[in-house]
Structures are given as C-alpha cells and as structure tokens.
Design a protein around this ligand. Structure first.
Ligand code: AMP
Length: 326
C-alpha cells in the first residue's frame, strides 16, 4: 500500500516545516494554511481518522492535546485563542486519511459552521440571515477595497504574471547545468533538530533547498516564475536536465503533448506534491498549458517556487503555440 503524505513526512521522505516532534507525534505547518497559524499535529501511529481511535489510544490523544497547548503557547496564540479540530471522512472534509489535528489561530476564527447549522435542521432563520449579512458585508468591503486600490485585482480569477527571461540567462543556464545523475533521489530533508522533550515544543525546520544549480540571475525577480518564448523553450527542450510538465487536463494531454512531458493537472496540484518534490531541485522545470496566461501552469510553478526550486519556467505559448508551428 502506498504511504500517505503524512507517513512520508514522518519518515522524512518529503520535507515539511516541523514545529514539534517527539516519539509519538509530529507537528508541521499546513502547506495551505487556513489561518495565520495553522499547524497539523499528526500521531506517528497510523490511525485512519478520529473514528479509528480505540481505548488503547487514550494516552496518545491526551498527549496530542498537551502538545497543542504547548504549541499554542510557543506560537503566541494561547491568550488570543485557538481551535483544535479533526475532520472525519468525506462529509467531515478529510482529505488525508491519517489521523491529524488542525491547530488554528492568529485571527478571530468566528463561530463554528454558523451558516451550515443555520441551513440544516438545527438552526433558525435568524442565524441564516446573520450569516448572509456577514457574507454580503465582506463582499462589499472587498469590492470597495479592490476598486480603490491602484493595484486592483481582476475579478474572479487571479492574474499571474511571469517575468520574461533574457537569452543570455538561458545560455548561461544551459552552460552551467550540472551533469545529470542517472538515478535521481528525492531531496533529502535536512532537519536541524534541537533536543526535544515532550514537555517543550522545539522548532525544527526542514530545508528543501538542497540545490546545487545555478541561481537565477540577480536581475530577475526572485519567487516568480520566469516565462519562456518559443525560441527559448526550444533551446532548453531535450536538454537532459530539463523536466517538462503539462498542466492541462488529462484528456487534453492524452490527445497530444510536448515530448516526454509529465501530466500534473494544475487545478489538482496540491494532491501531487510528493510526486513534484521527488524531482531533484537542480532540474530546470518547465511548465506549460494551453497557452496564454494559463493559470494552470502558474499553479504548478507556485508549488516549486514555494519549495525553493531555483529554475522554474512557464512556457507561455504552451500547447497552442507548439502545435501551431509544426
Ligand atoms: P484534512 O482535509 O483535514 O484531511 O487536512 C489535510 C491537510 O493537510 C490540509 O489542510 C492540507 O493543506 C494539508 N497538507 C496536505 N499535504 C501537505 C504537505 N505536504 N505538507 C503540509 N500540509 C499538507
């Protein structure tokens, strides 16, 4: 059976920002935080969900809550307040089937599920009206702020921008690319761990930045994907150190794709993080989708950038430009 993502983190096969660890639990920062503080406390013992807890686990679960308390203090949310929750199965919103507890805080979290309770059997119309008013007020406030802001956002979809790269930078990258290793291994999680005791959470930080590749030239914007023209893309295509990713839906990929591109659908990229992190950091990663300012490519690029990959490019012309020139 394939290990779940949390088991891989426990086994240090993929990196994570570790806030606390002992022999029974590990606590990591959530990769897609829902609040300013969002830590996952994960028992090392494999239990599918809170519904799989037995009386033998009573001590372990008690320990989880003590760790939550200590983390809340360490992270400075013990006085302002916080929430500890665990999701069970589909209706509970569980996506990773290895028991974990979300520790959330750092801002007012609001009442638990007011809107849902109101719409179900237990609530009254008053609560529903109140939730509706809050939503309308928030939308109005956001619209007002957006309209007033000089850097206002596009409606509905975020606008991604990629920074163009000059030809010299591409040539330099090709010239200095390290010789490919025949058997790539996932980036090792180098953990600097201070002595940990169950009583005192210690902050340990995994560093996924194990790259020996040439960093991007200083003129280019750090943390943003760089865009490739067709000519630049062709220069890099076929180089042994290049990994090509097609971010479109599988049906489109199956109808035709560029070279040996792997298919990671941009809208579901969070589900493929272990797969992406298995790509060594010294690779030149190029992502494309249909063409134009395709959001799917940027979503995939964002994951690599978040994990410190230095050479991440989006081929903006994508499949449309590539297939048209043949
Ligand atoms: P749940 O939906 O309750 O199963 O929660 C799963 C949580 O795990 C979500 O909040 C995800 O954002 C988070 N998550 C998934 N993969 C990772 C990862 N590689 N590192 C940190 N958090 C993750």
């Amino acid at each position: 059976m394939e290990k779940n993502v949390f088991q891989k983190i426990i086994d240090k096969e993929i990196p994570a920002t570790i806030e606390y660890e002992d022999d029974r639990v590990i606590a990591i920062r959530d990769i897609a935080p829902s609040a300013p503080v969002h830590v996952l406390i994960i028992p090392k013992k494999y239990i599918t969900s809170a519904h799989g807890i037995t009386v033998d686990d009573a001590d372990l679960i008690g320990h989880v809550y003590l760790v939550a308390q200590q983390l809340a203090t360490t992270l400075g949310i013990d006085q302002s307040g916080y929430r500890v929750v665990t999701n069970v199965n589909a209706d509970g919103g569980q996506t990773v089937f290895h028991l974990h507890f979300h520790l959330l805080g750092g801002e007012p979290l609001g009442r638990m599920n007011a809107a849902r309770v109101a719409s179900g059997k237990h609530g009254g119309r008053g609560i529903l009206r109140e939730a509706g008013l809050i939503v309308l007020f928030a939308i109005g406030l956001a619209a007002f702020y957006n309209a007033m802001s000089p850097k206002h956002l596009e409606w509905i979809k975020p606008t991604y921008t990629a920074v163009p790269v000059n030809d010299d930078a591409i040539d330099k990258l090709i010239a200095t690319a390290p010789t490919p290793t025949p058997t790539p291994t996932p980036p090792a999680a180098t953990t600097t761990t201070a002595a940990t005791t169950p009583d005192r959470p210690q902050r340990t930080v995994d560093s996924p930045k194990t790259s020996t590749a040439t960093p991007p030239p200083p003129a280019e914007q750090a943390g943003a994907a760089r865009s490739l023209t067709l000519a630049q893309f062709k220069k890099l295509m076929g180089k042994p150190n290049v990994v090509l990713i097609d971010a479109r839906l599988q049906e489109k990929y199956d109808q035709g794709h560029i070279g040996n591109a792997m298919n990671i659908y941009g809208s579901e990229v969070e589900q493929h993080i272990p797969e992406l992190l298995a790509i060594p950091q010294d690779k030149i990663v190029i992502i494309y989708c249909d063409g134009g300012h395709c959001e799917l490519s940027h979503r995939v690029a964002d994951v690599f950038l978040r994990f410190g990959y230095p050479n991440v490019f989006v081929f903006l012309g994508g499949w449309a430009e590539w297939s048209a020139q043949k």
